[in-house]
Design a protein around this ligand. Structure first.
Ligand code: NAP
Ligand code: ZN
Ligand code: ZN
Length: 354
């Protein structure tokens, strides 16, 4: 076994704290990775605080991992020692069901293995995520980080990037289409950048008027403060596609009425409590669609990383030492994130050596 060290929560109400544990030795097809950076996703907070139910403790989150390969199993073909690699939200799946065969491992019919909050498929034990110094992952679930991407700023692509890229592709966002993004947080700011790179006319909806300048600088063509009902009205019946990234329950009708005929609104934000019920007429009168989307498959995640390298896209990040992660959670709850916290794991090494 490999000795590992990270930050974990022991229950839903205590802060993350130093935690020593063990990882499996690399098997034939495993890659051992020294973690350099890990992004802080709002899903980490939902899970650590058991907001979605089903949290296994100790809970060691983190699924936006970038690191260096330090060891490979004897049958590994895709990676070698020294490669810069990424790991996202999944570390395994059944690989045989219809979804897995179609490269949609995130919809694995028996359930994919989460990078954290497992359960580990072989042992049934808990998986531990990226707020740690080392991880061992089957090469099929490891991504290549293209040259030219800053490793720290690329980490959030592994969840925030793919979660927004996948629905933009699935709903075939085209140049010239009008695309709305709701919420300028970790996911939202990636959605703005990606939709802009795909050639869309991008409108950002925010509850935070002070994010206007940033949104424009990130690539939005227009910014609408969603609490301003007159400003919302101007956009009625005009959107091809709206991506909702908000982490709290809110009124969906005020966005559905902004869709043109046959327009689609896709929810990726996953609040613990339900949204208020929507008015069916807002859907049926214009054949509008309301849908959801979960991260993206492994092949599509590689495609997204390559797209980002080609277009020079990474996240806007605030790098923090791991000792500040609990503070980062509190700021995330106040929508005070610009626009993704990324933990520098060098801070963990100093602690484990002390
Ligand atoms: P985040 O950085 O905290 O951003 C969420 C944004 O939502 C905030 O910055 C804020 O933007 C807006 N917001 C927050 N509270 C709000 C409220 N009460 N009313 C309206 N707007 C509010 O979170 P994130 O990491 O981007 O994650 C967003 C959500 O997506 C979370 O629920 C997360 O669990 C989920 N998620 C889903 C998937 C998936 O596969 N579907 C993957 C990853 C994450 P403004 O200040 O601009 O209003
Ligand atoms: Zn995430
Ligand atoms: Zn499967």
């Amino acid at each position: 076994m490999i000795k590992a060290f990270g930050y974990a929560a022991q229950d839903a109400t205590t802060p993350l704290a130093p935690f020593s544990f063990e990882r499996r030795d690399p098997r034939e097809r495993d890659v051992q990775i020294e973690i350099l950076y890990c992004g802080v996703c709002h899903s980490d907070l939902h899970t650590v605080r058991a907001e979605w139910g089903g949290t296994l403790y100790p809970c060691l989150p983190g699924h936006e991992i970038v690191g260096r390969v330090t060891r490979v199993g004897s049958h590994v073909q895709k990676f070698k020692t020294g490669d810069l690699v990424g790991v996202g939200c999944m570390v395994d799946s059944c690989r045989t069901c219809r979804s897995c065969r179609e490269g949609l491992e995130q919809y694995c019919e028996v359930g994919f293995t989460g990078t954290y909050n497992g359960p580990e498929q072989d042992t049934g034990g808990n998986t531990y995520g990226g707020y740690s110094d080392v991880i061992v992952v089957d090469e099929s679930f490891v991504l290549r980080v293209p040259d030219g991407l800053d490793p720290a700023a690329a980490a959030p692509l592994l969840c925030a990037g793919i979660t927004t890229y996948s629905p933009l592709r699935r709903w075939r966002v085209q140049p010239g289409q009008k695309v709305g993004v709701v919420g300028l947080g970790g996911l939202g700011h990636m959605a703005v950048k990606l939709a802009r790179a795909m050639g869309a006319h991008v409108v950002l909806f925010t509850t935070s008027p002070n994010k206007r300048e940033d949104a424009l600088a990130l690539g939005a063509h227009e910014v609408v403060v969603s609490r301003d009902s007159d400003a919302m009205k101007v956009h009625r019946n005009s959107f091809d596609f709206i991506l909702d990234t908000v982490a709290a329950p809110h009124d969906l009708d005020s966005y559905l009425v902004l869709l043109a005929r046959d327009g689609a609104m896709v929810l990726v934000g996953a609040p613990a409590e339900p949204h208020p019920a929507t008015t069916v007429f807002n859907l049926i009168m214009k054949r509008r669609q309301l849908a959801g989307s979960l991260i993206g498959g492994i092949a599509e995640t590689q495609e997204m990383l390559d797209f980002c390298a080609e277009h020079g896209i990474t996240a806007e990040i605030e790098v923090i030492p791991i000792q500040k992660v609990n503070e980062a959670y509190e700021r995330m709850l106040k929508s005070d994130v610009k626009y993704r916290f990324v933990i520098d794991m060098a801070s963990l090494k100093q602690e484990s050596a002390a």
